[in-house]
Ligand binder design. Structure first.
Ligand code: FEO
Length: 400
């Protein structure tokens, strides 16, 4: 169902309460999500900004028809054309096939590549305007936030109607009936916004900083930031913008994140004992432990994002490390977290090798390796655990 969010803007998206994974199974979305589409009505013209994910295409078009005669939509604006936003275009375009689709040149290529249709495309660039009558839309290219086609649309519709439609930027996978940041649990929303940033946008942090500074330098009045997922920011725009600038700037908190996998609990015992040593030396540091074969991979990646240092542990198996460690290292390498110190630990039976290989993997993630790691044969006894605790203390000292 549609929801009026200002006099001139109506939300016509879809709240997806059941969504538990996104990008196939690459990203967990335990709080659901939403695909936000917006109808902007000027005095003379009406524009639709984005659509919703394909499984909801019929529902989207049916609901849109209840809100407006589809033939009264003069323009379709596609800020970004990943399927979660463009997926309902074919269903919509069956009804209004000649309606112009405003998007970047890259966006046109992506839409053509997905749907293979010769629709009426209008390519736009930064600074191009679309006058709806009393409402001016201005396009701002935002390439690689997070796809090459991405753009933002800024709306100047007068008092209380200055809105940045930022698509994935500032988004969160968070289902809410309330739609606005001041109507929901703020901690939950920021948690989801951080998870979204760490897992989707962090790789493009350079572009995030540049784009935010570019927009701030425009000195545009701003009442809301309306992303394409989750809640709309309206209560404290400075807070979320400044938080984004912090996240984009080699973010870290006073936290050590330890993730490990274990077969017969020797590596788990090492993890717990090293954690004890870290806290002994640095009581001001938060230490978090995750078993990467049991915990959510995106949650662990988010906890790596916020850490100043990372410890990764695995026993040696088949001359290498356990499967879940390989997945985590590959994911973290791709996300390009910066400003992290790291080291490895683990147990082995005869050959060893996991610690060395994890250390190489952590180097590949761009982390600063602070030592050669801690490795122990078979099950750690009291004296080995004392050494592991000492190792934790030394690791903590290296963070100062
Ligand atoms: Fe929400 Fe990149 O799509």
């Amino acid at each position: 169902m549609s929801k009026r969010i200002t006099e001139k803007v109506t939300w016509v998206g879809k709240i997806d309460w059941e969504l538990k994974s996104f990008h196939g199974h690459e990203l967990s979305t335990y709080k659901g999500s939403s695909y936000n589409a917006y109808l902007v009505r000027g005095n003379n013209k009406t524009a639709l900004i984005d659509t919703v994910w394909q499984p909801f295409d019929k529902e989207f078009v049916t609901n849109l028809k209840k809100e407006i005669d589809l033939h009264s939509i003069d323009y379709i604006i596609m800020n970004h054309n990943e399927i979660d936003h463009s997926g309902s275009l074919p269903e919509l375009m069956r009804e209004i096939p000649d309606t112009p689709i405003y998007c970047t040149a890259k966006g046109e290529g992506i839409i053509r590549g997905h749907y293979h249709k010769d629709w009426n495309f209008v390519n736009v660039k930064t600074g191009d305007n679309l006058d709806l009558g009393g409402v001016m839309l201005t396009f701002i290219e935002a390439s690689m936030l997070h796809w090459p086609d991405t753009m933002f649309t800024y709306m100047n519709g007068g008092d209380g109607e200055h809105i940045l439609f930022s698509n994935d930027g500032f988004g969160q996978h968070y289902a809410s009936e309330s739609l606005f940041d001041d109507c929901v649990d703020k901690h939950e929303v920021y948690h989801e916004a951080m998870k979204y940033y760490a897992n989707i946008l962090n790789l493009y942090s350079f572009q995030v900083t540049k784009k935010i500074k570019e927009i701030l330098a425009m000195n545009l009045p701003l009442d809301m930031i309306a992303p394409s997922h989750g809640i709309i920011w309206r209560s404290n725009l400075t807070e979320i913008v400044e938080t984004y600038l912090k996240w984009a700037d080699a973010y870290q908190e006073k936290q050590v994140t330890i993730f490990y996998d274990t077969m017969w609990n020797s590596t788990r015992k090492l993890a717990e004992t090293i954690a004890k040593g870290i806290r002994k030396e640095r009581p001001d540091v938060v230490v978090k432990l995750y078993n990467s074969s049991m915990d959510d991979k995106n949650h662990i990646a988010t906890e790596v994002f916020r850490a100043e240092a990372v410890l990764v542990g695995s026993p040696t198996i088949n001359y290498g490390f356990l499967y879940s460690i390989g997945g985590m290292l590959e994911m973290i390498k791709g996300l390009r977290f910066k400003n992290k110190k790291a080291a490895a630990f683990g147990s082995y039976g005869w050959s060893g090798g996991a610690v060395k290989q994890i250390t190489e993997g952590l180097k590949g993630c761009g982390f600063e390796i602070v030592n050669d790691g801690f490795e122990t044969m078979w099950v750690p006894d009291e004296s080995t655990l004392a050494k592991a605790e000492e190792y934790g203390m030394q690791f903590a000292k290296s963070l100062k």
